[in-house]
Design a protein around this ligand. Structure first.
Ligand code: SF4
Ligand code: SF4
Length: 165
């Protein structure tokens, strides 16, 4: 059965861009260690109720940044020269970052699994940047991500709810 959290997000997200920004504005006033500790707790609680294999929004919608270390690791696993891997799969975007050339990601399989899960880019491991005590540092990402990632949508609202208690 599809996760109720994903269903709620699908129904509500078209109307919530401004709402997401308002939440971020309020949370910015509370930046700091305490907020990051709470965000880690909420992140874990929300991801217990969301199965990424039902979603794949990030792998479908955002080309991840791929670092040189990522290229070396993944190309080695494929038995390719890093330069050949780079030519085949990567490009430099308008911000000067090296990212996957195509979306959906070429390594996303039809069942939403990642073909290179164990060696995936660091950016994929870190997405959606709401835990590891990094929530405050990534504040500018959370509003746009809430429209791509159902977990972020719920994490923002649950953090506010717990702060208001
Ligand atoms: S490398 Fe894997 S986790 Fe990263 S975007 Fe592609 S399919 Fe998703
Ligand atoms: S968008 Fe969020 S919930 Fe969806 S697969 Fe990515 S991390 Fe998981």
């Amino acid at each position: 059965m599809p996760s109720p959290l994903i269903e709620t997000w699908k129904q509500r997200k078209p109307k919530t861009e401004a709402e997401n920004l308002e939440i971020i504005k309020r949370l910015k006033r509370k930046q700091g260690k305490q907020l990051d500790v709470l965000a880690d707790e909420v992140h874990d609680d929300v991801f217990k109720k969301i199965d990424c294999l039902e979603c794949a929004g990030c792998c479908t919608g955002i080309p991840p940044i791929v670092t040189r270390a990522d290229v070396t690791r993944i190309a080695k696993d494929f038995g390719m020269r890093p330069a050949d891997f780079q030519d085949k799969y990567l490009m430099v975007d308008e911000d000067g970052d090296t990212v996957m050339k195509t979306t959906p990601c070429p390594f996303l399989e039809s069942d939403n699994k990642c073909l290179i899960y164990d060696i995936r880019p660091r950016a994929c491991r870190q997405y959606p940047h709401t835990n590891y005590l990094d929530f405050s540092k990534n504040m500018r990402l959370h509003a746009p991500n809430a429209n791509i990632c159902p977990a972020v949508f719920h994490i923002l609202r649950e953090i506010e709810r717990r702060l208001d208690k």
